[in-house]
Write a protein that binds this ligand. Sequence first.
Ligand SMILES: [Cu+2]
Length: 292
Amino acid sequence: MSFDFSKAMEWAYKDMLTFFPENVSTFGSELDSLFAMIYYASVAIFFLTYAILIAFIIMYRHQEGRKAYYYHGNNLMEFTWTLLPTFLFAGIGLWSDDAWTKSKYAYKVPNPDVTIDVLGYQSGFGWQFRYPGPDGVFGKKDRNQISSANPFGIDSSDSHGKDDLVIISPGGARPVEVHLPINKNVLVNLSSNDVLHSFFLPNFRVKQDAVPGQWIKVWFNGTKAGRYEIACAELCGSGHYNMRGLLIMDSQQDYDAWLDQQYKIVKPELSAPVSDTTAIAAATSDSTTTKN
Ligand SMILES: [Cu+2]
């Protein structure tokens, strides 16, 4: 069997990069090309290093009568192997600065069209999502009011919090499902109830640690409707795998319809008159069927 060098290069240079799921984020392609550039450089350095290593093994193998010689350092060589990686890493740093700033810096977050709160938790392992409700304003948070029924600690004395919509993982292996609109700047305020989690949206090239006691801003703008995975990328405990969720990207119209429907399920008392018991009953029975 002969070694097909071009096949090996094709594997090394192309196929490895197809591990990425489809990019559906506005800044995703910039991060992908950065990843590809670093990857190509690593593959090239790998082949170069191994070619030299193998050549030296052959060139300097034991030969009768040849004697090894000792010398104390070589300035030119030491400068070279210090400067080359310095330029390489400084270059990567400068090149990645734009993509990093755009996607990660809190002061670069564009004006959000939609803002949600996301909270990772370990008791049952999942994510809690909070939408601001019809008034578009989140209720204030009060950590003394945090409970299993009120995971965000929404301040009961703040009227803006009365209509906040909280969606919690259904538990067990069933993934939580949340919807967001496409072609909109989505701002996520991210935190954790207990340990470090990591909010990971592979298709959106978003991965951010969720740190207890801190609210970290994450943003993205999704370009394509569809169903995408939400994962926790931090090994956070025995139920880590249960943190899988589904992010469904909708047109604005479908998103509004979903939000209305969720609102009727979660807040029947606010979305229907109290006397209208049939509407409440229908909305409540919906809650068992809409989780898919
Ligand atoms: Cu986790």
